[in-house]
Design a protein around this ligand. Structure first.
Ligand code: GLN
Length: 446
C-alpha cells in the first residue's frame, strides 16, 4: 500500500506535512465493503490521492506550509475535496509546498524542504513540490496541486510526472487558499496521461460557490485518448527554445518534436513576441493580488496569533511579522507598493496591459495552431540551496510557465526524457478549454 511506501521513504523525501492514515483506512474499508456488497463504484474508487496543503480539508489541518496557519483546521471542504469524496478516492495526506504557494523549489516551506525522489540533494520544484514528489516516489497514486505561475507543471517536470493546469475557470477555486485569484487554478499530478484525464473528469465542472467558475459542457476527457494526432498543428514558439534554456533540455525537446512529427503532427515554428515581458508582469500582478488576499491573516480570524502584542494594532503587526516567512513578506511589500496611489498606473496598470498583449499573442498563434509546445522549465531540478539567496534567479525558473496563467490557458507537462539522470518535462499549451487536444497529444506522445 502507499502507506508502506510512505513509511519506507518519507523520512528522506518529506513530501507530507500531515498524514491522514486512520481516515484513509476507514475510507478504504468503506470502499471494500461497498465493492463486496456488489455496489457499482466510480472509476477512481479506492485510489490514494495526496492533497496540496493549500486545499481546505474539513477537520484536517491545512497549513499552506506557513507558520501563520500551522494550527488551522478548516470547518469545510474545498469543492474539489467534495468531488473526490463523491468519486470515492482516498486522501492519504496533505503535501508540503512553498509557503502560500510562493516559490519554485519547496524551500520556502516554513516547516522543512521536500527532496526530489530522483536525487535527494535536489529540489522537487514548487510550489506543489510535495505533491509531485509523492506521486514520483509512489507515496500516492494521484495528487492535486495548484498552479498560479507554473506550480503544478514545473514540479511535474522536475519529478518526472504528468502535471496539468486547466483553463482558468475549469476547476473550482472554492476552498483553495487564495494566492493570486486571477491566476490560481487547481489541477492533477499523476503518473501518466490517462490518470490525468480521469482525475480531471472528477474535479472539473461548474461550481456556483466560485464566481469565476465557467459554465461549460464538460466532456469525458478519456475520450480524447485515441493515440491519433495526424494532422494536428503544433507551433513551437522561438521564444521558448532560445537563450536561457539549458542546452540539454533543448535536446530532449527537439527529440520530442521529432516523435510528434513521426506520429503525423504538423510541427512548425511560431512566435509569441511579448514573452519576455511575462515575467515582470507576473511578478507585479501576482504579488499585488497576494498582498490583498493575505491581508486577512491578522491574528484575529485564522491561525497564528503573536503572544507578545500589547494593543490590537501591535497584535496585527507582531502576528504578521512572526507568522509570515521572508518570501511572503517580500511579495506583500512588492504588491502593496505596486497598488499604492501614485504607483498604481506606473506598475500595476502597466502590467495588466502587458497581460492583454500576452493573451493576444496566444490568440494569434491559435489562428494557425491547435497546440503550442516547448520545455516546461529552462532547467532540470537544481540543488537545494543553489538559488535560495537570489529571488530573481528563482523567479527565472518560471519563464516558460507564467504566460499560460496570465492568458488563462490550459497546459500540461509530460515527461519527455532525461538530461543526465534528471527528468525533463515537455509543455503542451492549448486553446481555452482545449484540454482535450492537450491530452490527446500528450497521450500519443508518452
Ligand atoms: N514560482 C511562482 C511563484 O513563486 C509560481 C507559484 C505558483 O504557481 N503557485 O509565484
Amino acid at each position: 500500500s502507499v502507506f508502506a511506501r510512505i513509511d519506507k521513504l518519507d523520512d528522506r523525501i518529506r513530501a507530507f506535512v500531515t498524514l491522514t492514515r486512520e481516515q484513509a483506512l476507514q475510507q478504504a474499508q468503506q470502499v471494500d465493503n461497498a465493492r463486496a456488497a456488489g455496489e457499482e463504484l466510480p472509476a477512481l474508487a479506492g485510489i490514494p490521492v495526496a492533497i496540496k496543503d493549500n486545499i481546505c480539508t474539513v477537520g484536517v489541518r491545512t497549513t499552506c506550509s506557513s507558520k501563520m496557519l500551522y494550527n488551522y483546521i478548516p470547518p469545510y471542504n474545498a469543492t474539489v475535496m467534495e468531488r473526490l469524496n463523491d468519486a470515492r478516492t482516498i486522501m492519504v495526506g496533505k503535501t508540503n509546498m512553498d509557503e502560500f504557494a510562493m516559490g519554485s523549489s519547496c524551500e520556502n516551506s516554513a516547516f522543512f524542504p521536500t527532496c526530489n525522489p530522483w536525487d535527494t540533494e535536489r529540489v522537487p520544484g514548487g510550489s506543489s513540490g510535495g505533491s509531485a514528489a509523492a506521486v514520483a516516489a509512489g507515496e500516492a497514486v494521484l495528487a492535486l496541486g495548484s498552479d498560479t505561475g507554473g506550480s503544478i507543471r514545473q514540479p511535474a517536470s522536475f519529478c518526472g510526472v504528468v502535471g496539468m493546469k486547466p483553463t482558468y475557470g475549469t476547476v473550482s477555486r472554492y476552498g483553495l487558499v487564495a494566492f493570486a485569484s486571477s491566476l490560481d487554478q487547481i489541477g492533477p499530478l499523476t503518473r501518466d496521461v490517462t490518470d490525468c484525464a480521469l482525475l480531471l473528469n472528477v474535479i472539473c465542472g461548474h461550481d456556483p460557490f466560485d464566481s469565476t467558475s465557467a459554465p461549460y459542457d464538460k466532456p469525458d476527457y478519456t475520450s480524447f485518448l485515441t493515440g491519433d494526432i495526424k494532422g494536428m498543428k503544433i507551433g513551437v514558439p522561438v521564444e521558448y527554445m532560445g537563450e536561457g534554456i539549458d542546452s540539454a533540455v533543448k535536446e530532449v525537446i527537439k527529440k520530442a518534436i521529432a516523435v510528434l512529427s513521426n506520429l503525423g503532427a504538423e510541427v512548425a515554428e511560431t512566435t509569441l513576441p511579448h514573452t519576455e515581458h511575462a515575467l515582470p508582469a507576473y511578478y507585479l500582478i501576482a504579488p499585488a493580488e497576494a498582498s490583498s488576499n493575505l491581508a486577512r491573516y491578522d491574528g484575529v480570524r485564522y491561525g497564528y496569533r503573536s503572544e507578545k502584542a500589547g494593543d490590537v494594532v501591535d497584535m496585527f503587526m507582531q502576528t504578521r511579522s512572526e507568522g509570515f516567512g521572508p518570501e511572503v513578506k517580500r511579495r506583500i511589500m512588492l504588491g502593496t507598493y505596486a497598488l499604492s496611489a501614485g504607483y498604481y498606473d506606473a506598475y500595476y496598470n502597466k502590467a495588466l496591459k502587458v497581460r492583454t498583449l500576452i493573451k493576444q499573442d496566444f490568440d494569434q498563434a491559435y489562428e494557425k495552431f491547435d497546440l503550442l509546445l516547448g520545455p516546461t522549465a529552462p532547467v532540470t531540478a537544481f540543488k537545494r540551496g543553489e538559488k535560495v539567496d537570489d529571488p530573481v534567479q528563482m523567479y527565472m525558473v518560471d519563464v516558460c510557465t507564467l504566460s499560460v496563467n496570465l492568458a488563462g490557458l490550459p497546459a500540461i507537462s509530460v515527461p519527455a526524457g532525461m538530461a543526465g539522470n534528471l527528468p525533463v518535462g515537455l509543455q503542451l499549451i492549448g486553446r481555452p478549454f482545449g484540454e482535450g487536444d492537450i491530452l490527446r497529444a500528450a497521450h500519443a506522445f508518452e
